[in-house]
Structures are given as C-alpha cells and as structure tokens.
Design a protein. Sequence first.
Length: 172
Amino acid sequence: MTATTPIYGMQYLVPGEPARNTRAALEANAFAIEAALQSHALAPPAAADLAAIAGRASVLENGGAWQGVTFASGWSSYTGEGYATFSYRKEGPRVYLRGWLTTTAATAANALIVAAAVPVAFRPAATVAVYGHIDAAHPVRLTMSTAGELRATGAFASGAFIYVGGLSYALA
C-alpha cells in the first residue's frame, strides 16, 4: 500500500519504486491538487489588503523612503544648486547614502556627524568605512558604527564639503 499525505491523500513517491509507476503517481497527485483547489473556493482580497500589498511591493521595488538625520554641532546638509538633502535609505541588505555634507564650524578629527544614531534597522553588523570626497584630490573616510554613529576622519575647516552620493554599505 502506498503512503499518502495526511491532508489531501496524495501519494508519496516511494524510493526504489520502478520508474514506470512514477508517472501514474504524479498524475494522481495532479488530480488530487486540482480537486483540492476546486473544493476550497477563495474570496477575492479586500481593497485594504490590496493596498497593503501594493505598499509593500513599492518598498521592495523602489527601496525605502529617504531618511533625514539630525546633525551634530558643526555639520549640516548642503542643498545649494539643487542637491538632495543628506539622507539614507535601505534597499534589501544595503543602506545607501546621498547628498553633500558641509561643516558649519571647524571640526575635530573623527568628528561625529549625526547627533542621533541611525535606527537599528540601518546599522551594519560590524563597523564599516565608506569613502566620500572633499574634491577629486582629497577623499575622506566616513565610518558607520554598529551603534549607528556616522563619523568623518580628519579635521575639517568651516565650510568644507563632503560628497557622499552613491555610497552604500551592507547590513550583514
């Protein structure tokens, strides 16, 4: 006697069973699946369910919304000439940065850029370093810690600009 699944009574394929019996077992399973689907009519999803699904799909397709930061003393976002505000967003297992940072006062080396830590969901599993640019000849290292602190290495004069557009880091 061939064993069957507990809910739909479909036959398990038995190891060592001759191949000539496999087609019949698969055909019997196909008929069992079809009968089960026809006997369990499903109601169409409600409008609220469809809206929730569309919202989740939009985040998956387009990434999360860009999140702004609260800057530490001496830092701000440079938005002149139509540049985007410094922000970040998560897309799958990566966090992306965009915009320009600028100093509003001279800063010390390893200065904290954001006053409030980024949320846990945006923090890397280990401290990561990404490289922005003051200009073509002067790259600057930014680090994101597991505590959600964004820091810039080096000391900066008031009015320095750091471009971070397109930089990203992995969460895992």
